[in-house]
Design a protein around this ligand. Structure first.
Ligand code: SAM
Length: 286
């Protein structure tokens, strides 16, 4: 077991410092102090962060630390901290480690018994969920989903039956396609929220059903940064009547659908896992 005290210890340490996701006023007083007092600031892009730091009045030495050099860079930074350096790690925006670099460095510090001190602050997914209108307990944050439709489908399958809020990030140029893929997995009345350009002048929330989202993006081009939130699956108030579901599948099969398509359609409508329904259906056939 390892015990870390974050305060009252001199010597090298790593601060994880969140930075604004748009509105520069969201930098905290403590974050600014740490960024100014650290020996170095490790950042993804020294130019991008340089502009932001100048705007908030922080002038300090910057080191490059991004997803392509983090494996090689982490041991170097650890050595510097072992020699007594205090390093503040930031990402381009929001929380380091949350869909951004930092995890490898945190692991390396823990391994080397260097204190890792996290600061609270802005993160897009947490900012989005509190205004989404969906319950934040429980919630699952997925980061960015894979790009391939077939790989996304496995995630949507999990979200479809999850009785909590599901959250992920998507780039604007992929959003339309992803919304189309979501419509294949979720019932048309499943509630979706898109949180766009959080904390910026064009901040906007789109709240509506799956089918309304599809219709919206037929005529509107996605622009800016988005967080996508899927409402919790309806609570199974009464025990699922597997017999009912099986007979619905049988009816669809009798009407000419393949067994696979029928199971998929019934699972989607009931907000349950298609694999679970597949197993139950075939158990009943055994
Ligand atoms: N570390 C960041 C955090 O804590 O949220 C996430 C960085 S990730 C590389 C960038 C993605 O976060 C964007 O593509 C977008 O999906 C989401 N994002 C970041 N800023 C946002 C904002 N202001 N409004 C909506 N989404 C945002």
């Amino acid at each position: 077991m390892q015990k870390q005290s974050s305060f009252g210890q001199n010597g090298g340490k790593l601060y994880l410092v969140p930075t604004p996701i748009g509105n520069l006023e969201d930098i905290t007083i403590r974050a600014k102090k740490i960024l100014q007092a650290a020996d170095y600031i490790a950042c993804e892009d020294t130019r991008t962060s340089g502009v932001m730091l100048k705007a908030i009045g922080v002038h300090n030495k910057l080191l490059s630390f991004h997803k392509y050099n983090s494996e090689a860079r982490a041991p170097e930074l650890v050595k510097m901290m072992q020699a007594g350096a205090v390093i503040a790690e930031i990402s381009d925006a929001g929380m380091p480690v949350i869909s951004d670099p930092g995890f490898i460095l945190v692991q390396a510090c823990i391994q080397a018994q260097i204190p890792v001190v996290p600061l609270p602050g802005p993160s897009a997914f947490a900012t989005a969920v509190i205004a989404s209108g969906f319950d934040a307990q429980p919630m699952t944050y997925y980061g960015f989903l894979p790009r391939k439709a077939s790989e996304q489908a496995a995630f949507f399958e999990k979200m479809n039956s999850f009785e909590g809020t599901s959250i992920f990030y998507e780039a604007p140029h992929r959003l339309r396609k992803t919304i189309g893929n979501m419509a294949k997995a979720f019932a048309p009345d499943r509630q979706i929220c898109l949180a766009r350009e959080l904390t910026k002048v064009h901040e906007e929330f789109l709240r509506g059903s799956m089918s309304e989202m599809v219709a919206h993006f037929q005529t509107n081009e996605p622009r800016g940064e988005y967080v996508v939130l899927v409402s919790p699956a309806p609570k199974q108030e009464k025990a699922i009547s597997w017999d009912d579901l099986v007979s619905q599948i049988d009816q669809l099969v009798a009407a000419g659908q393949s067994k696979k398509d029928a199971i998929k359609a019934v699972a989607k409508q009931a907000g349950i896992s298609k694999n679970q329904l597949y197993d139950r259906y075939h158990e009943g056939q055994a």
